[in-house]
Design a protein. Structure first.
Length: 153
């Protein structure tokens, strides 16, 4: 059975509205149709695809990771085993939104791949990676630039 693609991710959260707002305002997804399940939640869409399912839960202190809003030094890990990545366009708008709203993030430009990456934590502590393969170079100022002429800002 070959896998064709990733269908969606499910996030259980006890901060439902904050999580929904993050994925709508920062990532650019849209709230869409969801079956009438017994548990409250949202389905968040990229175009016609419901790529994130949010499910409300009551988390105990033992269950929930202890992430307050991400501190500047807390975003530098790229989430090697606990992240979700999206391909995006016009990422400079997302970066400006994060700056305007005091949302901590980390970004880098990989010149060899023509790839601009932004890393940010959602309200549940999940690292969200935003990959822009055609960044507007005149509108970004990445913290790190890596490539053949490996330069670090």
């Amino acid at each position: 059975m070959p896998i064709d693609s990733l269908n969606h991710i499910n996030i259980r959260t006890d901060v439902m509205e904050e999580t929904k707002d993050f994925y709508v305002d920062v990532v650019g997804l849209e709230v869409g149709a969801r079956p009438p399940f017994d548990v409250p939640g949202y389905w968040l869409y990229a175009g016609d695809n419901a790529v994130i399912h949010l499910v409300e839960t009551e988390a105990s202190e033992d269950d929930r990771r202890k992430w307050d809003k991400a501190a500047d030094n807390d975003v530098f890990e790229t989430g090697m085993d606990d992240h979700v990545a999206f391909s995006v366009e016009e990422s400079s708008g997302a970066v400006q939104f994060m700056k305007d709203n005091g949302i901590a993030y980390w970004d880098r430009l990989l010149t060899d791949r023509g790839l601009y990456q932004i890393f940010v934590r959602d309200p549940n502590g999940i690292v969200v990676e935003l990959n822009d393969y055609s960044p507007e170079l005149d509108k970004i100022n990445p913290m790190t630039v890596q490539g053949q002429n490996r330069a670090v800002k």
